[in-house]
Design a protein around this ligand. Structure first.
Ligand code: ADP
Length: 713
């Protein structure tokens, strides 16, 4: 790869090692509309591993204009009649998107390059006026923000901790065991230690040749910290501080796919663009991180050899065998596309592999979103000003020898560093650029920004009323809706960006026409003209049809949130639970309200004793789900669990829809009476808002009833 300082390139297919067969060139856009037959069946697209654009030589450097395809974001007349302000002498361009990078931490370098490529305006020390986008290095809470967009969701860090992720996936495994078998069998320590011991004993008894290995991972750990392998439950280091440092113990995948006899894993970047409606994008290329000792299946002798068993870059970099390479196809860290080329040269069906990976990603996000919505409504309650959120997640995936992808973990803050430390002489270190990291990470950040561009959103939103087909997106069924949808947030963002646009207007001067050549003029009017096509590919809602049936927990979370009552809470009180039971007509002669209270107390006490979150008392979402499963089992005994649960959700939604309808009729009656009163008033007051609100409610109640009927038919 060329060194930093070259101009941005278009998106050529990644180069395989000499002699490897060429992969299909980048997937043309038309394939978005027409997936291949096999993929259509599986709900996944074909891979398009591509080498991403390089860093331009400096703030003022221009890219090649050969990729006109990406240039959809022209700004119209306004930008083209202004002269660059701060960057003096630059040709005219559209109004800048403003980005606060003051909290970007280790992603700063990659972010800066991305902003230069986009010609957006960076505020490295923050800004007194609000910005369009806030780039946080760690969490949603890094800054107090009340508008614009921020690259973190509240609660994401908590959701992807090893225990929380394992719980969320386990709930899905209970409902859909086949669909969620991409996550290794896991137990949560310390509370499931007895279960772990019992289950392993039973499995060994039923299958004596089975010689398993397990991996113990401290909750909240990262970079391989504190991880160790064991052959038997009795080897768990109970003597230490399991109570104070909970962990997950997991079946160890002992037959991974090897390349050059080395174990490796894949880091894929996934953009959660919106929670409601759910929008997921996957980067077409990622990283492959290699171990530095040849792999052997685990034995008592090699269990402790981290360079053989753990693929963490942060560990292997300390091995004398670690190979830094400027070539994306070689070394201990490579692009995933280069691995795909290698596999394809060996006859592996890489389309099927990509298909499986995309499906793993969508299913994992579906498992995470219900609780994420609980966090979201708690941090940004309806009616409170707040930003819109998006987030880049790092998915760590292992390929088994039979090419089945296995989810290892999800990172809320994947490293976006584009340099690495090199030991020049013993004890003397220097940060040097890492071309592989730069190639992948800059493209992911830049293209995330392109997708979140508030001016594009504005343009899109302005068109919303024209497309009645969009009404479903804008008004999803009440059961799956948050109190405050992203649409509302983005409207807020639009107001924000209009404000900041005006602010930048005052700084920008007018351009004298004809001062640059046409190419420069085009690029500056629309910097995207110089950029490669997007490296992020939408997979949801594109494949929503194939995966929607999995979103049962999402619907349960909507019920949970509805009865939370007080804004900002994350736990359901006993009154809220009783109201849920009553409104959904779940109590009867066989299930009295006293039994309801006992169920609530039993389950809530057990979940709270696990010491998860003691800040608030009450029933957390996971406890509510357990109670819901109990109720579903009582009512629909003969069905499989997921059908029991689906039937109970339908039942609840139906009764709530009737209730909403009744309330609507009541409130309409009241409104009409009030209106009659108002018209009698001599000052002629108007009740415009009050008369519209019930109409909206009636529409949502009617939608719910229609949904229910469609569901039943
Ligand atoms: P951390 O957050 O500390 O990096 P991970 O869950 O990613 O923890 O595990 C660290 C490494 O251990 C992974 O990169 C992978 O190489 C290995 N590993 C983790 N879980 C398994 C497993 N179930 N089977 C085989 N290897 C695993």
């Amino acid at each position: 790869m060329e060194s930093a300082g070259t101009e941005p390139e278009s998106c050529p297919p990644a180069q395989g090692p000499p002699g490897s067969p060429a992969l299909p060139a980048e997937e043309p856009e038309r394939s978005e509309a027409a997936p291949e037959p096999q993929q259509a069946a599986e709900g996944v697209p074909s891979p398009a591993p591509v080498a991403q654009g390089r860093r331009p030589s400096g703030p003022g450097s221009k890219g090649q204009a050969k990729r006109g395809g990406a240039g959809k974001g022209g700004r119209g007349k306004r930008g083209s009649t202004r002269r660059a302000g701060e960057e003096g002498g630059r040709p005219a361009r559209r109004a800048h998107v403003t980005v606060d990078s003051s909290k970007a931490k280790t992603s700063l370098e990659a972010l800066k390059i991305s902003l230069r490529q986009l010609r957006w305006r960076e505020f490295p020390f923050g800004r007194r006026l609000p910005c369009d986008i806030y780039w946080h290095g760690v969490s949603f809470h890094d800054n107090d923000i009340f508008s614009g967009q921020v690259n973190k969701f509240p609660g994401m860090t908590e959701m992807v901790r090893k225990i929380t992720l394992s719980r969320a996936v386990r709930t899905m495994q209970d409902l859909f065991p086949e669909e969620y078998n991409f996550y290794p069998h896991s137990w949560i320590l310390p509370e499931e230690f007895p279960l772990f011991v019992a289950e392993v004993r039973m499995m060994k008894e039923s299958d004596p040749p089975w010689k398993p290995t397990f991996i113990v991972k401290p909750d909240g750990g990262c970079q391989g910290d504190g991880i160790y392998l064991i052959k038997d439950p009795s080897d768990i280091r109970l003597a230490g501080n399991l109570q104070s440092r909970p962990a997950v113990v997991q079946e160890y995948i002992s037959k991974p796919l090897l390349i050059d006899k080395l174990k490796f894993d894949i880091r894929l970047y996934v953009l959660l663009k919106s929670l409601e409606p759910l929008e997921i994008y996957i980067a077409k290329d990622g990283l492959s991180r290699f171990c530095t000792e040849p792999y052997q299946e685990p034995t008592l002798k090699n269990l402790h050899q981290v360079f053989m068993h753990l693929t963490n870059y942060s560990l292997n970099i300390h091995s004398g065998n670690f190979i830094h390479s400027d070539n994306v196809n070689t070394g201990s860290k490579r692009t995933f596309s280069s691995v795909l080329y290698r596999l394809s040269s060996k006859g592996v069906d890489i389309k099927k592999l990509w298909s499986d990976i995309i499906s793993l990603v969508i299913k994992t996000v579906i498992a995470l979103t219900p609780e994420l919505k609980v966090y979201y409504q708690s941090d940004i309650p309806a009616g409170k000003p707040g930003p819109t959120c998006f987030q880049i997640l790092g998915f760590d995936i292992l390929l088994m020898k039979n090419l089945k992808p296995v989810l290892l973990e999800v990172n809320a803050n994947p490293s976006m560093r584009i340099e690495h430390e090199q030991e020049l002489s013993p004890g003397v270190f220097e940060n040097v650029p890492s071309p592989v990291d730069e190639e992948i990470k800059v493209a992911v950040i830049r293209d995330t920004l392109r997708l979140m561009d508030p001016y594009k959103k504005k343009k899109k939103d302005n068109h919303l009323p024209d497309t009645c087909m969009d009404s479903k997106q804008r008004f999803p069924p009440i059961s799956s809706r948050l109190p405050r949808s992203n649409l509302q947030f983005s409207k807020f963002a639009i107001v924000r960006s209009q404000l900041s646009e005006n602010a930048s207007d005052t700084k920008d001067e007018l351009l004298e026409p004809g001062s640059t050549d046409q190419l420069e003029h085009d690029i500056s009017k629309n910097p995207e003209a110089s950029l490669p096509s997007l490296c992020l590919k939408q997979v949801f809602p594109k494949y929503a049809k194939q995966f929607s049936y999995l979103r049962l927990v999402d619907r349960m979370a909507a019920l949970f949130i509805r009865f939370l009552g007080v804004k900002g809470t994350m736990k359901l009180g006993p009154t809220g639970f009783r109201t849920f039971i009553r409104n959904c007509k779940l109590s009867n002669s066989n299930f009295s309200m006293a039994s309801v209270d006992i169920l609530y107390i039993d389950i809530t006490r057990r979940w709270n004793s696990m010491g998860l979150d003691q800040r608030e008392s009450g029933m957390c979402l996971q406890a509510f789900i357990e109670a819901f499963f109990c109720l579903a089992q009582r009512r629909y005994k003969s069905l499989p669990l997921h059908e029991q649960v689906a039937s109970l959700i339908d039942f609840c939604e139906y009764h709530l829809a009737i209730l909403d309808e009744k309330r609507l009729v009541c409130s309409r009656g009241i409104t009409e009476r009030r209106a009659a009163l108002v018209t009698c008033q001599p000052d002629g007051l108007h009740l415009t808002a009050a008369t519209h609100a019930p109409l909206l409610n009636r529409m949502t109640a009617a939608n719910k009833l229609t949904d229910y009927r469609n569901h039943r038919s």
